[in-house]
Design a protein around this ligand. Structure first.
Ligand SMILES: Cc1cc2nc3c(=O)[nH]c(=O)nc-3n(C[C@H](O)[C@H](O)[C@H](O)COP(=O)(O)O)c2cc1C
Length: 348
């Protein structure tokens, strides 16, 4: 049996998925990419139910092309008071320096896929649904399948790819360690298992029969061709879209991406409790980048958020998660359509 191509599987013209990027984009980026013939993605991890409905309505209104809706599917953690107290003690000097009152900290949330979100999706029937951190319960996956959605999820190891295939995904996103944002790792939390896109894609292609989508470090047409020649059926690209006018990337994040600072990224668990790749800043230099202190995902973000907003109001990015991959050479202030066409390079 031959592996189906990504273009056939998802009914798209270009074998390119714009990576869902919670916190730095909404429907505008997804719409622009889908209208160019690739697959635009709407990240829902940081939206409430009204936000999901509003953004889905905008996508439905402004494109007739296929699009992807993306969710995190972590188990919500119980609050561990001892760990929370240790984390706040570690941050105490910063609270003092920036005049932040720890008593005013609000618990951070990242919405995992659940029945309420599935109810809204059922109204819009998105043709593609992708997940990060594994898969939700089989019942929830079945709900998305009920209207014929193709199901994708990220895998960071060959074992995770096999697990996802065994649990019925239509394609696996091979997330190399170069990738910006959160690692989709879900069978292990050992960072030494995380390998490059170049090493991961060919091993995954051998291990599973479903299409493999390469993600991480791809920033131009030659990167796309390289991934395809390793056996990938398509690519998922995030970082290269961060400076597009359709993205909601903040000015401080944009400035860092456009500066030499963007050449130094690292995996850090300080901002949310899970490892993610971002531009190295003061907090990462002084407490990490990886530390045993942060509470479980997403609770570490609770104590960081007021520090971040106070510092940002002074133009300081000491506590800002500036997610970015290792290859920022594709970051340009051009339209998402132009980024997509540059990635396709007139070939695909
Ligand atoms: C700013 C940012 C936010 C991200 N947020 C998400 C997300 O919400 N859901 C998701 O599945 N992946 C997310 N990712 C990871 C991407 O899916 C993808 O693996 C990565 O962007 C590919 O590597 P690249 O950034 O080098 O192109 C994010 C990546 C970035 C850069």
């Amino acid at each position: 049996m031959t592996r189906s191509t990504l273009k056939d599987l998802l009914s798209i013209d270009l074998p390119i998925i714009q990576a869902p990027m919670a916190g730095v984009q909404g429907s505008a980026l997804a719409i622009a990419v889908s209208n160019t013939g690739a697959l635009g993605s709407l990240p829902c991890a940081m939206l409430d139910l009204d936000g999901i409905r509003r953004e889905l309505a905008a996508v439905r209104d402004r494109t007739h092309r296929p699009f992807n809706v993306n969710f995190f599917c972590h188990a919500a953690p119980a609050i561990d008071e001892t760990r929370e107290a240790a984390w706040r003690r570690a941050l105490a000097p910063y609270f003092e320096e920036f005049g932040v009152d720890p008593a005013a900290i609000v618990s951070a949330t990242r919405r995992p896929f659940d029945d309420a979100a599935a109810d809204i999706l059922a109204e819009f029937r998105p043709p593609v649904v992708s997940f990060h951190f594994g898969l939700p319960s089989p019942d929830l996956v079945a709900r998305a399948r009920a209207w014929g959605a193709k199901i994708l999820s990220s895998a960071t190891t060959v074992d995770e790819a096999r697990w996802l295939e065994a649990h019925g995904v239509d394609a696996v996103i091979a997330q190399g360690v170069e990738a910006g944002g959160h690692r989709g790792m879900f069978l292990t939390d050992d960072i030494s298992t995380q390998v490059t896109t170049m090493a991961l894609v060919p091993q995954m292609v051998k291990a599973v029969r479903v299409p493999v989508i390469a993600a991480g470090g791809i920033a131009d047409a030659s990167g796309v061709r390289a991934a395809m020649s390793l056996g990938a059926s398509g690519v998922q690209v995030g970082t290269s879209y961060l400076l597009c006018p359709e993205a909601t990337t903040t000015q401080l994040h944009r400035a860092a991406l456009a500066s030499d600072a963007s050449r130094h990224t690292a995996l850090t668990n300080l901002f949310t409790g899970r490892p993610a790749r971002g531009i190295v800043n003061r907090l990462m230099r002084e407490l990490g980048p990886i530390s045993a202190l942060p509470p479980a995902f997403p609770l570490a973000a609770s104590a960081i958020t007021p520090l971040r907003s106070t510092a940002e109001s002074r133009g300081v990015t000491d506590f800002t998660p500036m997610w970015a991959g290792q290859n920022t050479s594709g970051c340009r202030e051009i339209s998402a359509a132009d980024v997509t066409r540059a990635l396709a390079g007139g070939v695909f």
